[in-house]
Design a protein around this ligand. Structure first.
Ligand code: UDX
Length: 434
């Protein structure tokens, strides 16, 4: 089948989700027309330039340039495609609710048109789809929430675990059309109503965040009782009902989804008259976890005034330059609040980080950040940190102390290099060295 025979796909909002969606549908052979309100972004993408860091994405965009059109013109989009994926941001408002203003402005732009299918990828509170549907009676509405992970988004798109498609009964034909777009990719299909589809997204992210806060608390108890959280997580994960994923302790979850969606679900429940008690703890544990590193440093170094602390990694996780809700933001602010000098290195997030971390010295390499430091904290598990020459680093540091916030490095290797190494949830590690 050539690209002319495949259904054209429209994308509204070419941020990270929109760009991945556009590139992947183009790769599947669909002509794609993507619209954004930011002229410079549209111009850059039309010239083949890409500004976000997502493995494999640049190659897909390059390979499918003839199938991709970027525009700011809503009419061009509406004329070019019936199926419209809405991929605009729904960032948290000051109160923590989802800010639906960009979704609202898309709905306003569309209100005159009756022939299109609006497919909501943006994360919205349960009930949003049903109310948009009432506002735009001539238009079909399908909820198709996004489950892509940053860093593996292209892979996730091409091999979904499940595709959730929600609609009201009158839009079931449109829902089938949307499902058909995804059928070549395999995975399970969940055909359901709009509100349930919206809840699946929020509940999935809240549950995953809950698992992380749970294992972080288990890690903290392990430190007290002399157990090793990696062994505990391995033993737990072998129970099929539990499973091995998302049991990695660390210094808290971040990113554009978990913190926002946990809070949004808590507020959605509250606004609907239900107090979601568990999620308060998930959020609180996550905040405390980011700060625990500071007490670990103090345990070894005493007061941090004037101490030089190197942060390895700044992005909220590896393989992305995304700094949204990154643990490094809270950690560096706490360290500076204690009077420490903070120096940092990240393989790709430095330019995003610079304006967010005023007063933090940025280094060009990990070794440069480590040189002269009293301690290092591994914040983000970038694979290149495994390649650091730790013997050289130990020589260059004022004191070879490393707090591994992701249990990522080889403790034995670090200790042989002369480091005092402490991970998360590993009893006794703090008192051993060399
Ligand atoms: C998440 C969801 O996984 C994805 O389905 C949704 O579409 C968007 O939100 P993402 O934010 O890209 O994806 O990152 P993810 O890989 O899920 O990690 C989120 C955070 O949790 C990171 O800060 C990561 O370091 C942390 N994490 C993850 C842990 O601390 N422990 C774990 O075991 C797993």
């Amino acid at each position: 089948m050539n690209s002319e025979e495949k259904t054209p796909v429209g994308v509204i909002g070419v941020g990270w989700v929109g760009l991945v969606t556009a590139a992947c549908f183009a790769e599947l052979g669909h002509p794609v027309i993507a619209r954004d309100v930011v002229q410079e972004k549209v111009d850059a993408l039309s010239r083949g330039e890409i500004t976000i860091h997502e493995p494999g994405l640049a190659e897909l965009l390059e390979r499918n340039r003839d199938r991709l059109t970027f525009t700011t013109d809503m009419d061009e989009l509406l004329n070019g495609a019936r199926l419209l994926f809405v991929c605009v941001d729904t960032p948290p408002t000051y109160s923590g609710d989802a800010d639906l203003s960009r979704v609202r402005s898309v709905v306003e732009d569309l209100s005159a048109d009756g022939d299109h299918v609006l497919i909501m990828k943006s994360t919205v509170p349960a009930g949003t789809g049903a109310s948009i549907r009432r506002e735009l009676p001539g238009l079909a509405y399908v909820s198709c929430p996004e489950f892509l992970k940053e860093g593996t988004a292209v892979e996730d798109f091409m091999h979904p675990d499940r595709v959730v498609v929600g609609s009201e009964p009158e839009d079931s034909a449109a829902a089938e059309e949307v499902a058909d777009l995804y059928r070549p990719l395999g995975g399970e299909f969940v055909m359901t109503d709009t509100s349930s589809a919206e809840m699946i997204k929020l509940a999935s992210n809240a549950y995953l965040a809950t698992r992380i806060s749970f294992i972080n608390e288990i890690a903290n108890v392990c430190e007290e009782v002399g157990a090793d959280v990696s062994e505990v997580a391995r033993g737990m994960g072998l129970d099929e009902r539990i499973g091995p994923h998302f049991l990695r302790p660390g210094i808290g979850f971040g990113g554009s989804c978990f913190p926002k969606d946990v809070n949004a679900l808590k507020l959605l429940a509250g606004n609907s008259g239900y107090h979601f008690q568990l999620l308060n703890s998930v959020i609180e544990v996550n905040e405390l976890q980011k700060r625990r590193v500071v007490s670990k440093l103090t345990k070894h170094l005493g007061p941090l005034v004037g101490k030089r602390i190197a942060l390895l990694g700044l992005a909220f996780k590896p393989d992305t330059d995304d700094m949204r809700e990154a643990s490094s933001l809270v950690l560096s602010a706490r360290l500076r609040g204690e009077g420490a000098e903070v120096v940092a290195y990240d393989p790709v997030a430095m330019s995003n980080a610079r304006s967010l971390l005023p007063g933090v010295e940025m280094s060009d390499t990990a070794q440069e950040a480590l040189a002269g430091s009293d301690a290092a904290v591994l914040v983000t598990e970038w694979s290149e940190f495994k390649e650091i020459d730790w013997t050289e680093a130990a020589d260059r540091m004022r004191r070879p102390l490393l707090i591994d916030g992701r249990n990522f490095l080889d403790a034995g290797q670090l200790r042989s290099a002369g480091f005092l190494y402490e991970g998360i949830g590993k009893a006794g590690t703090g008192d051993e060295s060399g």
